[in-house]
Write a protein that binds this ligand. Structure first.
Ligand code: PRP
Length: 213
């Protein structure tokens, strides 16, 4: 039987995702945090972890190249892929928010929104019936209103420190976000027993609380 493959998002969620597996009793290679390898096999379980860019996790899981994945709800909302979201892992907590320079909250003049989440932003403003122009960036979003590239930003806010240190304020909180466990639709049927075992072990660890928050 093929090993269960689980795609983890590199970056801000990686360490907690790996630690979740370790604390759920999976024995992983010691070099997982130091190696440049991208595939890591568990020692006693028929399971392997792959590390991919956060934005690619939904793609790996939808196409079945990975049976399961751990990724932020922000990435899932943006990707709009067809997969099962089975567990809120209760870490990587942050929120989507609109932000910009202070004192401009009520100004109807803003029209250009800088974001790493163009699909989500388009849908959000379409629902409001508000015409806007989306400027898609890949990082350092807070620079956009400071340089005149856009009037405001739609981005994730975790501690709020990046906004604060760049003199920006939240105009509106949109929704809460956190890391989620996702499952490929076919694997859910064909590997149900193994999938349920992983979900159960991770859920038990998450429900015990502690380091994950
Ligand atoms: C994210 C996000 C904000 C920041 C928010 O960027 O785009 O810039 O984190 O976190 P805070 O509220 O705790 O300050 P990230 O660190 O992923 O880097 P990026 O700018 O390269 O996208």
């Amino acid at each position: 039987m093929k090993r269960m493959r689980i795609a983890l998002a590199k970056g801000r969620l990686a360490e907690k995702s790996v630690n979740l597996f370790i604390e759920a009793g999976y024995q992983l290679p010691d070099d997982i945090f130091t190696s440049r390898k991208l595939i890591f096999q568990a020692v006693d379980d028929e399971l392997e972890l792959i590390l991919v860019k956060a934005a690619d996790v939904p793609c790996y899981v939808e196409y079945g190249a990975a049976d399961m994945g751990i990724v932020g709800k922000d990435t899932l909302l943006e990707a709009g892929r067809s997969l099962y979201e089975v567990l809120d892992l209760n870490f990587g907590r942050c929120k989507f928010a609109l932000a910009g320079p202070p004192g401009r909250e009520e100004s109807p003049g803003y029209q250009r929104i800088a974001t790493k989440y163009p699909n989500f932003a388009r849908e959000y403003f379409n629902e409001k019936g508000q015409p806007i122009e989306i400027i898609q960036l890949t990082g350092s979003i807070e620079l956009a209103p400071l340089t005149g590239l856009a009037e405001l930003i739609l981005d994730i806010v975790e501690s709020g420190r990046t906004l604060r240190e760049n003199g920006l304020v939240i105009y509106q909180e949109i929704c809460s976000l956190s890391a989620r466990l996702v499952v490929n639709r076919v694997s859910m049927k064909t590997r149900r027993r193994e999938i349920n075992e992983v979900i159960g072990r991770l859920r038990d660890r998450v429900e015990r609380g502690g380091f994950l928050c």
